[in-house]
Ligand binder design. Sequence first.
Ligand SMILES: [Zn+2]
Length: 292
Amino acid sequence: MLRLMHVHAHPDDESSKGAASTAKYVAEGVDVHVVTCTGGERGSILNPAMDRPDVLENISAIRRDEMEAARAILGVRQDWLGFVDSGWPEGDPKPPLPEGCFALVPVEEAAEPLVRLIRSFRPHVMTTYDENGGYPHPDHVMCHTVSLAAFEAAGDPDRYPDAGEPWQPLKLYYHHSFHRERTVALHEAMLAAGLESPYAERLEEWKPDPVHAARITTKVPCAEYFPVRDRALLAHATQIDPDGAWFACPMDIHQKAWPTEDYELARSLVDSELPEDDLFAGVRGLAERMEA
Ligand SMILES: [Zn+2]
């Protein structure tokens, strides 16, 4: 049994990043565990139909219910780390982060519950965000820092001795879901189909970044699971506008133009040949021996 752990900052991140590859691995029989660092308490309501006082009042409970619905759609297990959303700092200069929020917790302390979950679930492969958080939300950057710290500590018996039997995951990946090359492909495919592209404005100012493009090591084909990803996303009704940019590119065009979800192999204790098309490259077979 192969095990995969995704560490995400907020409820909905598991459905917007890597959800189709998650669904593919679940269909293959992989045990997938989503860890959500915060409750998303400070997230804005991004769906006009849900922007109501009664929703805002109960946002924590509603986001928990949304996460449970998305979890069931994706077929994964899910745990909360229990930290409080840091919010997106708005203004120039940016205001200080709210007291007690996730991004202000010392890393040593914030990594402890994740080390505990790694040691009990024993994933072979972990995913998180890159050092920029994928986008610079303080919780996403913190999610990166804490995941890396936990990946490095979980196998060490001298670290967190009261957090369970040591377990060393074999690979750590960063999500690279929304890179320029993919956006260009979707943009061109929409124009070729005679449709208006929602990406034109963004691409005008988005210069090619070969250094960032070269970081992608692993493209997982998962186009047939894009509909599952979309259903999981829609389960986060407060966060996703069904008429918004998320769903602007028609499914069949998207599936043909960019049929993969893309990752960067950031740490590996096994040999695998790059580029890869499988998060478990070099792990299959070895994982069975680890169980023995
Ligand atoms: Zn997020």
